[in-house]
Design a protein around this ligand. Structure first.
Ligand code: ADP
Ligand code: MG
Length: 628
């Protein structure tokens, strides 16, 4: 509890006790009025102040305004009627404050929960100096390429690669994955994970601001700023609703007595004014105004606990309507870790061909390039390579040791006017050309991710009608993968631009209510990620392009998380609708009862606080997503 909340709690308790106490004391009328007025001010001064400020700033129509009018009105009525019954006005204020207190406590709690979940911000880094001395510094003071030491139990402060040491890492806060990850020299480390067992010396690869941990915290902290349609609706609704209610109350106070006067009967002014005030209390829209954003907030929090980062509540809303899921193949459904399964038609030594290919590819971050580097095994001397050009969805050309080397698929070869030798093996074929002449090809193959097939099945089970795979790879490989995974629609041999066209075509011909989700790894498909109704980036730990372009980021490579993300979003939206219907429904019933004079102010405030408490508790349900 914050200090402010504690103070409020004390105020509520003291006021409630005083209210009970005053009920048992008989005082002369003036003293009684003064005592109750003091109590009223004690419990309600901040509401009255806010209402007054609202009036000064011309923003009349908020809850404080409604509460102030209703309670001041009730006090005034008690004076006019000489009844001396001031309890009602005070009770209304008291319950309203209890409701507000509960709400701020709940919001505070869930905010805290979420930031605890995302407790990945490192406090310091152990920087190793030239003389191997260790200095504890702030992570943002560490330059790229420095050596830092991460002891067991510490958070990894910056992205980097292990130089010495082995250990297991707890990445749960980042990925929702509870199995520890083993690392050894050469492996890359993601900031925000926790080193569990061994001491690691790490060479940093990114500055703190560019590290995964900063990107993610940024994303989580800004998730609230993108509003969903439901939230917009509530804002607009409140703008029309409150004035409408005020006018309604005014009419209720004036019209019936006037009609009665015209009819020649007693106008019953106080009775109708009292009903109008009750009507005002009932109509306070707090439950709606608070519970909708809180539901989304809880949904986003629950998702991040599962390693799914959603950049805003609007995306949660779109995600819940997913009707088509479009997959990229390499790195998304397959692991993107290729192994060389053959080298054919080579005009030079196999090892030499591989060396030229690896050197030409040395600047590319494509999974194929990384795999060729690995197969080559040697250290790449960057000074041997120059003039690198990468053709997305094709391959690369470069000058290596003064020779023109081209390395890629038959599209690339065709564009260079070189005839590529076809290959009969199934696999991704990397053709290599040397000084403009064909020099052979390397057959590499990728494996499907373990969860890919299950992921497709789960998506169908979640009611996604259409699942499509787009790839730049050859038709042979694409068809094979699609058959294995149970995907019926495949488009292959696409350039990055073709993928955008394919997705636009799908969007143009789909049911307007359903949304299209594209799932990719950000390599050669960032434009599609931003074009789709909702872009989901896979295994984005480290890939900046994907984190920027995507709307939803899956922290680990697991394609199974897509169905989970959809289910989380649906649960959250069901809760949002439940709250809207429940809150508006109860309000309407109470309003009718109030207008008929059946509901009094006590009932009104109970209904209001009750609805708010239930709606907030319901909203918090959105955070529990483990079983989804
Ligand atoms: P996917 O759509 O399956 O993710 P990409 O669009 O990234 O595939 O690449 C499509 C094809 O383009 C690859 O299968 C490969 O043949 C070729 N290609 C792309 N980049 C490279 C590269 N750096 N080296 C060799 N070939 C490449
Ligand atoms: Mg790809």
């Amino acid at each position: 509890m914050t200090r402010k909340q504690k103070r409020m709690l004390v105020r509520i308790i003291v006021s409630a006790a005083l209210m009970v106490l005053l009920a048992f004391i008989t005082l002369p009328p003036v003293a009684r009025f003064v005592a109750y007025l003091a109590l009223y001010l004690l419990i309600g001064y901040d509401i009255l102040r806010k209402a007054a400020l609202g009036i000064i700033h011309g923003q009349l129509m908020d809850e404080c305004f409604l509460m102030a009018i209703a309670t001041v009105g009730a006090m005034a009525l008690a004076i006019v009627q000489k009844s001396g019954d001031y309890t009602e006005a005070i009770a209304v204020m008291l319950f309203y404050q209890i409701g507000e207190f509960f709400q701020s406590y709940a919001v505070g709690r869930s905010r805290k929960n979420i930031s605890a979940l995302m407790d990945i911000r490192p406090d310091y880094a152990n920087l190793e100096g030239e003389d191997s001395s260790i200095r504890r510094v702030s992570p943002d003071e560490v330059a790229v390429g420095s050596i830092i030491v991460v002891n067991p139990g510490e958070k990894v402060p910056l992205d980097g690669t292990v130089v010495t040491g082995t250990s297991s890492l707890d990445t749960r806060a980042l990925t929702g994955e509870s199995l520890p990850r083993e690392v050894a020299p050469g492996d890359s480390l993601v900031s925000g994970s926790i080193n569990m067992t061994g001491v690691l010396r790490v060479r940093t690869q990114k500055a703190f601001g560019e590290s995964t941990v900063s990107k993610i915290l940024d994303l989580v902290e800004n998730a609230g700023s993108r509003k969903s349609k439901s939230e917009d609706f509530i804002t607009k609704f409140a703008r029309v609703y409150t004035p409408a209610v005020c006018i309604g109350a005014l009419l209720l106070a004036l019209l019936p007595p006037l009609v009665l006067l015209v009819l020649g009967r007693a106008p019953l002014w106080t009775q109708w004014i009292y009903r109008a005030l009750t009507f005002l209390v009932i109509s306070c829209p707090c439950a709606l105004v608070i519970s909708i954003p809180l539901s989304f907030f809880a949904g986003i929090g629950g998702a991040s606990k599962a390693g799914i980062l959603v950049k805003g509540s609007n995306f949660l809303e779109t995600l819940s309507k997913t009707g088509i899921v479009v997959f990229d193949k390499t790195g998304t459904l397959t692991r993107g870790v290729f192994v060389v399964s053959g080298i054919h038609h080579n005009m030079m030594e196999e090892a030499e061909l591989l060396e030229y290919a690896a050197l030409a590819e040395s600047a590319s971050s494509h999974p194929i390039s990384l795999s060729l580097q690995k197969a080559y095994g040697g250290l790449v001397d960057h000074s041997r390579v120059s003039d690198v050009h990468e053709m997305g969805g094709g391959g690369v050309t470069a000058i290596v040791d003064g020779h023109q080397v081209a390395c890629g698929n038959d599209k690339l070869m065709r564009s260079l006017g070189i005839e590529a030798m076809p290959c009969h093996s199934i696999g991704t074929i990397v053709h290599v050309a040397f000084d403009g002449a064909y020099a052979g090809h390397i057959v590499i193959s990728d494996v499907e991710k373990p969860g890919a097939k299950e992921a497709v099945r789960k998506l169908r089970k979640a009611g996604v009608g259409r699942i499509v795979m787009l790839t730049g790879d050859s038709a042979k490989v694409a068809d094979q993968v699609a058959r294995d995974l149970g995907i019926d629609e495949v488009h292959s041999e696409l350039l990055p631009g073709d993928k955008v066209d394919a997705v636009e075509d799908l969007i143009a011909h789909k049911d307007t209510k359903a949304s299209l989700a594209f799932v990719g790894d950000g390599i050669n498909d960032a434009p599609v990620l931003s074009r789709a109704d909702i872009g989901i980036a896979m295994g984005a730990m480290g890939s900046d392009a994907a984190i920027e372009a995507a709307d939803v980021v899956l922290m680990d490579d697991d394609p199974m998380k897509i169905a989970k993300a959809i289910r989380i979003s649906r649960k959250c939206l069901v809760i949002v609708y439940e709250n809207i219907v429940f809150a508006i429904g109860v309000k309407l019933i109470c309003l009718a009862l109030g207008a008929l004079g059946i509901a009094n102010m006590w009932l009104a405030i109970f209904a209001d606080v009750g609805v708010m408490v239930i709606a907030v508790l319901n909203a918090i349900r959105a955070m529990f997503v483990r079983k989804l």
